[in-house]
Design a protein around this ligand. Sequence first.
Ligand code: MG
Length: 307
Amino acid sequence: MYGVIDGTGLDVIAPDFETCIIGHARVERLWTGARWSEGPVWFAAGRYLLWSDIPNDRILRWDDTDGTVSTFRQPSNNANGHTVDRQGRLVSCEHLTRRVTRTEHDGRVTVIADRVDGKRLNSPNDVVVKSDGSVWFTDPSYGIMMDYEGDRAESEIGACHVYRVGPDGAVAAVATDYLKPNGLAFSPDESLLYIADTGVTHHAGGPKHIRRHAVNADGTLSGGEVFAECTSGVFDGFRLDRDGRIWTSAADGVHCYAPDGRLIGKVRIPEMVANVCFGGAKLNRLFICGTTSLYSVFLNVNGVSPV
Ligand code: MG
């Protein structure tokens, strides 16, 4: 388990990445057997990680106390991205049911959003919760484009937007100029919102970048300049550490960007990575969803809490 896995490693691209890593730390493969791993989320109180295996219609659970993996929920409605809110509840994007849900403390599932202006959402992909309780999610059409990760259907909205659900439950579009909005995350002080666009997957020459928006007090966004262009595949899901660095998925592993937009290092993974999250008691362990497998590596940085 702690040996060197072929195709893994830490690549220093800029000197400041040296302070982010532990030189002798190794990438570990914690589990394998998924078809498409996505949406990792860490539950500090229970010391476990949940993640999605979308085509297999299940949410898996890796237990930090003994390293075992079990099925947390199946069927999962082809759940994709997850987060945890300030009350410690699971918030999930579901492709099949085309909705964002919250799992309450007693296990009941509450629908947070499934329509906007009377039209069904496409297939919510990734989600974050702001400290004011608002829920922000992306709604590309990947889950309705084929039957592999949901049910094939036409988009009722006819476009792929980013939405905010206010504390009153109202759903409003906050970004409407994306082709395939995907991962998203706030800066540590929540003044910035980063959003990935993976439009190149279905549009020749389309976007494969992360954009950066300023978050306004009224819940709207401004700005939106390109923060980073992906040099290997696309940026899907990502998380930030407490110093504002972005740790993002890519085709050859995890790319780390400094807050000024420089690519400073990589965690090489031998399969395409879809998403990451920080976990462990100190949030200094990066969990990595790489297609068939769950990986992790200890770092010399700490994730933003909650994750
Ligand atoms: Mg995604």
